[in-house]
Design a protein around this ligand. Structure first.
Ligand SMILES: C[S@@+](CC[C@H](N)C(=O)[O-])C[C@H]1O[C@@H](n2cnc3c(N)ncnc32)[C@H](O)[C@@H]1O
Length: 266
């Protein structure tokens, strides 16, 4: 059944500190997602990623994942991800960027370029939410197109137009409650900038259940922009790293600025 957002609560809490149900979403990522694409396994059938601005799942598609499931604690992240997929389906390259920029402007809904083409594909609930939240700046920039770490090129945009033909599956949940929602196994799990704001012990618990959801040869990618890296503190610096839940895993890569990639080897 479709989640029905509480517009009063959303209007009140969308810009509160921390990540919650109605937190603002970026329209363009502030991460270099090409970096994570380099670590995707070959023959990636199914990937799981945070939805964020929608660029995370788009990068998984560009990296070869045939099916991409997304999750996010924020309704707005699910919505921008869906709108970007619709936009890719019906807008040319330059109009796509104009549409995203327009979404971040605090102005009348009807003035957003090409909004009619996108909004008619939304459910009545999503459409009503979007209209009602107009003026609240539920979408912010991240980085501006042209300056972002993940500027989709014309060539990649064309590729996306061919391979992304329907919205990604979206689970609205805190990552710490994700285990109860998952029914599939994955070849790639993309956890970039998700662990930054949750306690190390919860990061560890999440990884402990996610390792059970990865196919042999599959990988988990974790990176941090800020905050404490559980991967370094608990695993890489620990001689017991590959005991217990992680005995079937190897480290593919650890990079100074807190990128850790693990692979299931058996
Ligand atoms: C940390 S934010 C920062 C924006 C991000 N760097 C980007 O490129 O869009 C990344 C995403 O993680 C989501 N998020 C943060 N904490 C979360 C949690 N505990 N569970 C699920 N999603 C979370 C946010 O809602 C946001 O969409």
């Amino acid at each position: 059944m479709e989640f029905v957002p509480d517009i009063n609560l959303a209007r009140k809490t969308h810009n509160w500190f921390g990540y919650r149900e109605y937190s603002d979403a970026y329209v363009v990522s502030n991460e270099n997602l090409y970096e994570s694409m380099d670590f995707m396994p070959q023959n990636c059938n199914r990937a799981l990623t945070v939805a964020a601005s929608g660029d995370h799942p788009l990068s998984c598609s560009l990296g070869g994942a045939k099916i991409v499931d997304t999750f996010d604690v924020s309704y707005n992240a699910g919505l921008i991800t869906k709108m970007k997929v619709f936009a890719i389906g019906c807008l040319n390259y330059l109009d796509y960027w104009d549409f995203l920029l327009d979404l971040t402007e605090d102005r009348d809904f009807t003035l957003i370029q090409n909004i009619d083409k996108i909004s008619k594909k939304l459910s009545p609930t999503e459409y009503n939410y979007l209209r009602s939240m107009c003026g609240c700046k539920i979408f912010s920039r991240g980085n501006s197109p042209g300056r972002t770490e993940f500027d989709i090129s014309r060539q990649d945009y064309k590729k996306l137009q061919k391979i992304v033909d329907k919205p990604y599956n979206f689970m609205m949940t805190d990552v710490v409650n994700l285990s109860g929602k998952l029914t599939e196994n994955y070849d790639f799990i993309h956890l970039s900038n998700v662990f930054d704001y949750i306690p190390a012990i919860s990061q560890l618990e999440v990884l402990q259940f996610l390792v059970k959801r990865v196919n042999v040869g599959g990988r988990i990618f974790v990176s941090h922009l800020v905050g404490r890296s559980v991967c370094k503190e608990f695993f890489i610096n620990s001689k017991d790293f590959f005991d217990g839940a992680f005995k079937d895993w190897r480290i593919v890569e650890t990079v100074n600025k807190d990128i850790s990639v693990f692979e299931r080897i058996r």
